[in-house]
Ligand binder design. Structure first.
Ligand code: HEM
Ligand SMILES: *[C@@H]1O[C@H](CO)[C@@H](O)[C@H](O)[C@H]1NC(C)=O
Ligand SMILES: *[C@@H]1O[C@H](CO)[C@@H](O)[C@H](O)[C@H]1NC(C)=O
Ligand SMILES: *[C@@H]1O[C@H](CO)[C@@H](O)[C@H](O)[C@H]1NC(C)=O
Length: 342
């Protein structure tokens, strides 16, 4: 059922991509800086709000100093905003009938709603009704990476905010952690993102944590629904995970680092873990099941410097940041990011 639906989505998306975005990089090859999007530019607010990037960085620095788990949360936030209905801050919209993106199962564990709103308030005080929440989300994600010793790549701005937020968009378009490599590539290619975007952006899991409920069943207790442990998972690592995650609980909120050796450092160790069968999620391990993504994992795992990963990450985040954006006269600039859709 879900697969059928996905296939239909793929076919439709392929047709749409072929008809209106003919020059989009072949998702199978990918990776390349995709086509520029009219209305987006680095420094879109140079004239209208020159201090915006400094304001976002100052706020992000304060948040992370108080609670460093907020950095990874803000990076994940942009992924979830962009995959569901484009980078339009629709994730900030609330639904009284519980039918918004926030209510989707895929939004489980998301944090950062209050922080985005607080940054927005600071920006509004300096530049009223000028900067979109979608841009604030993209800038906050970049600064989360930077504050974890990652690159401070240039971020395109100029997005405007959407007025629609639907649970089914998030549920259909965000890959679950149980995804295999074919699922993952499909979810990404529907959006015009290729295998390289997938393997590079998955490198985000070099920071932050996941709750037992998102991986314990897949990897420790019920691999493929067979009631067993995932044989590809490193045995010693699995044993330590079993200590932390109770069997038979599908709501275990115990939170474990995805990169236990350096959970707040944006570095290459994610790729070393995936290569060494100590990646946490099934979707992380799945990157070893495709020739191209595996080669990338292996090359990054062996690399002496993170420079190539950092450069690739900047490109892939730019690609993701261009998904279905509203620019020019589309969408709106709200005074607050949160608003009720119903
Ligand atoms: C490729 C498919 C992906 C899957 C299946 C996936 C799945 C997940 C899951 C299940 C968690 C744990 C959530 C929780 O337990 O609270 C997580 C955390 C995270 N994800 Fe992903 N993710 C994917 C791609 C991405 C991408 C593209 C990014 C960013 C560009 C990203 C950034 C993060 C970050 C930073 C965290 C840690 C959040 C925190 O510590 O609060 N992920 N992801
Ligand atoms: C804003 O200024 C930066 C730095 O001078 C420049 O690189 C960028 O192209 C400018 N952007 C716009 C849209 O004017
Ligand atoms: C394991 O997964 C299968 C298939 O999804 C399910 O029928 C079964 O109840 C699960 N077992 C446990 C112990 O959760
Ligand atoms: C989690 O699930 C168990 C049963 O599986 C239940 O006893 C417990 O109350 C639940 N905890 C929460 C926080 O929902």
């Amino acid at each position: 059922m879900a697969l059928m639906r996905l296939l239909v989505v793929v076919a439709v998306a392929a047709a749409v991509a072929a008809s209106c975005r003919p020059a989009l990089a072949d998702p199978a090859v990918s990776a390349l800086p995709g086509l520029p999007v009219a209305g987006l530019a680095v420094g879109f607010y140079n004239e209208s709000c020159p201090q915006v990037e400094d304001l976002v960085l100052a706020e992000m620095r304060a948040f992370v100093e108080k609670d460093r788990t907020l950095g990874p949360a803000m990076l994940r936030f942009m992924f979830h905003d962009c995959l569901a209905r484009g980078c339009d801050a629709s994730l900030m919209l609330k639904s009284r009938s519980h039918k918004g993106e926030q209510d989707a199962a895929s939004s489980y564990g998301l944090r950062g709603y209050d922080e985005i709103e607080q940054i927005k308030a600071k920006v509004e005080a300096a530049c009223p009704l000028t900067v979109s929440c979608a841009d604030i989300i993209a800038l906050a994600a970049r600064d989360a990476v930077y504050l974890s010793n990652g690159p401070r790549y240039a971020v395109e701005t100029g997005r405007r905010d959407g007025k629609v937020s639907a649970k089914f968009d998030a549920e259909n378009d965000l890959p679950p952690p149980s995804s295999n490599i074919v699922d993952l590539k499909t979810y990404f290619s529907v959006k015009g993102l290729g295998w390289k975007d997938l393997v590079v952006l998955s490198g985000s899991h070099t920071i932050g944590s996941a709750q037992c409920s998102t991986f314990a069943s897949d990897r420790l207790y019920n691999f493929s629904g067979k009631g067993v442990q995932d044989q590809s998972l490193d045995k010693a690592y699995a044993a330590s995970l079993r200590e932390a995650c109770e069997p038979g609980l599908d709501n275990d909120t115990t939170s474990l680092p995805m990169d236990p050796t350096s959970p707040y450092d944006f570095d290459l160790s994610y790729y070393r873990h995936v290569r060494g069968n100590t990646g946490l999620l099934l979707s992380d391990q799945a990157l070893m099941d495709d020739r191209w993504t595996r080669e990338y994992v292996e090359r990054m795992a062996a690399a002496a410097s993170p420079d190539e990963f950092f450069a690739d990450f900047a490109v892939a985040m730019t690609n993701m940041g261009r998904l279905e954006v509203l620019t020019g006269g589309s969408g709106e600039i709200r005074e607050t990011c949160a608003a009720y859709v119903d």
